[in-house]
Design a protein around this ligand. Sequence first.
Ligand SMILES: NC(=O)c1ccc[n+]([C@@H]2O[C@H](COP(=O)([O-])OP(=O)(O)OC[C@H]3O[C@@H](n4cnc5c(N)ncnc54)[C@H](OP(=O)(O)O)[C@@H]3O)[C@@H](O)[C@H]2O)c1
Length: 248
Amino acid sequence: MKLNDKVVLVTGGTSGIGLAAADLFRREGAKVIVVGTDPKRLKAAEAQLGTGCLAIAANLRCSADIDRVIAGVRERYGRIDVLFANAGLGRAAPLEAVTEVDLDEQFEVNFKGVFFTIQKAVPLMSKGGSVVFTTSFLNTKGTPGLSILSASKAAVRSLTRTLGAELAPRGIRINAVSPGPISTPFASKLGLSEQELKAFAEGVEGQVPLQRFGEADEVSRAALFLASDDSSYMTGAEIVVDGGLSQF
Ligand SMILES: NC(=O)c1ccc[n+]([C@@H]2O[C@H](COP(=O)([O-])OP(=O)(O)OC[C@H]3O[C@@H](n4cnc5c(N)ncnc54)[C@H](OP(=O)(O)O)[C@@H]3O)[C@@H](O)[C@H]2O)c1
């Protein structure tokens, strides 16, 4: 059991990578708290994760909601041992079609939400604590139509280093897991038509050296490594789980 009795907060823990990670963390002995916005997905996650799991509805664009999440965890457990700040979304649009609303939404969830989640979680963390961010292969690979999503993930990659340096003297480690294309509902929310989505998926598969989409579980295992003491001498780093896409 790699996370025995650890209190683990997983944002975006109601779907895809976050849900797979929450389930794996629970099987490794953690007490898991998941956060999302959609009531149906929250209920389903709570049912899947079983007793001992807490599902909290919160919109991470809103810092008062983050305060409420942290207060809920403080009240129930009094501490956080691991934060997996994983919630995120993307909208595809070429340069001329990007709107202020698109930009604000992606930066507010993917960057601002992550920033205030860690800011508010850290007072409940102590020496030995571990923070894991979810970045993306997009933070190093230029992909047409994904400028804002990619920039928001590059900002989180930067945060892994700056906040990693700030928190290292307190014994709190910060690392990131960087997924490649993974089979989750994420791509279906990019705002592409069915035809565009199909072309996108085929294009991606053709580019990935391992010639397939990854599974959420394959990312969750890397997140577990970073969350647990197995990675005790790692901070500021990023583990890339992308079938070789950004490497070759
Ligand atoms: N799938 C990929 O190909 C891929 C590749 C690279 C990086 N990533 C990153 O991996 C992370 C997880 O994505 P996924 O693939 O697992 O996608 P997903 O299945 O769509 O899951 C996204 C999660 O984030 C939550 N979320 C979104 N907006 C939120 C908000 N405003 N407040 C609170 N929660 C919010 C969602 O909850 P609700 O649905 O309840 O709102 C959901 O639980 C994201 O950061 C994404 O950028 C994914």
